[in-house]
Design a protein around this ligand. Structure first.
Ligand code: UDP
Ligand code: MG
Length: 318
């Protein structure tokens, strides 16, 4: 980690995750500094080197030696974009924070537009690559993914995966990232009551290097979607999630068993009926689900945080 200027408050932090983007970095740095220099206020650039082995690390070190506004953090190995971003967020001191990919697919020149939108009162503004310059397969996958997320979460965002986003500090402080959850920040933020907006941004084909992700990202994305649904809808009330399915399963099983019991009392032989197995299984699984829900409640109860994060403003005459 490099030294930073000691005094003064920082207005804008730009966080850039970098994994093997050697060819793009010089151009990125030049264009980025040109843009942020024209803004009023103090800024810092935070490059998080996510275990690059292509010379990006040395290049970034050189840049930071010449420019005290540049902070470089090298991760021990390649941990993935989510971790890189969350490390960058912890380091960021700005009141506003911008994230930007290092590959120049999104333009640094869009930063003033994002900030202008943020100033309209939004807490988070996401870029929307409405004319994507990516291979067709990736476009289709993204289309399906974005529509699924907006359908299941109710958060109407067109493009979750845009690297270019602007945040107010409080959003970053509220949201904890792990796994591959960086793509869901707008969803998580919106569920926490932050005001989320989006603006169209230009998108370019990758000039140098290649994409660090393949199609399997979208498969994993489905699991992340499940996590997000659970996190946003049910973390405060796990019993509602497990309990409801538990009760439905239990009653389905109980109904089947009741039916078989009536047959048995009326003199029929039931131990050769596969239904008996299903009924009993449903009852047991149902009860277990209800207990999962109760256990979930215990976990939520013992790990609950204070509620300050949910308060927007407090007016008191105390
Ligand atoms: N990235 C990273 N760690 C990784 C993969 C990617 O920091 O493990 C960075 C990468 O250098 C780039 C950004 O995340 O700045 C987006 O990656 P990429 O362009 O490969 O994704 P795509 O544009 O294909 O969605
Ligand atoms: Mg890219």
């Amino acid at each position: 980690m490099e030294k930073r200027e000691p005094e003064g408050k920082i207005d804008l932090s730009v966080v850039i995750p970098v994994f093997e983007e050697k060819e793009s970095l010089p151009e990125l740095y030049t264009r980025l500094t040109k843009v942020v220099n024209q803004l009023s206020g103090r800024y810092e650039l935070i490059f998080v080197d996510d275990g690059s082995k292509d010379g990006s690390s040395e290049l970034l070190q050189n840049i930071s030696r010449q420019d005290p506004r540049v902070t470089v953090i090298h991760l021990r190995r390649n941990f993935g974009k989510t971790i890189a971003l969350s490390v960058g967020f912890k380091e960021a001191q700005g009141e506003k924070i911008i994230t930007l990919d290092a590959d120049l697919q999104d333009l640094p020149e869009e930063i003033p537009n994002l900030l202008a939108e943020l100033d309209k009162g939004y807490d988070l503004v996401s870029g929307w690559k409405n004319k994507r310059k990516d291979p067709p397969a990736k476009k289709v996958n993204s289309w399906i993914f974005n529509h699924m997320v907006s359908f299941f979460t109710g958060v109407k965002i067109h493009d979750l995966n845009c690297g270019l986003k602007a945040y107010r500090r409080k959003v970053i402080e509220e949201i904890e990232l792990y796994g591959e959850l960086h793509r869901f920040i707008p969803v998580l933020a919106s569920w926490r009551g932050f005001w989320v907006g989006e603006i169209k941004v230009e998108h370019h084909t990758r000039k140098y290097g290649k994409s660090k992700y393949g199609a399997e990202r979208y498969l994993r994305g489905i699991f992340d979607l499940l996590t997000v649904i659970l996190l946003t809808k049910y973390t405060q009330k796990p019993l509602h999630f497990f309990g409801l399915s538990g009760v439905i399963l239990f009653f389905a099983g109980a109904f089947i068993d009741l039916y078989l019991a009536i047959l048995w009392f009326s003199g029929q032989w039931i131990s050769n009926r596969p239904l008996l197995l299903y009924g009993t299984l449903l009852v047991i699984v149902g009860i277990q689900f209800i207990f999962f829900g109760l256990l979930g409640e215990l976990i939520v109860f013992s790990s609950r945080k204070d509620e300050d994060g949910k308060i927007k403003e407090k007016i008191t005459h105390r």
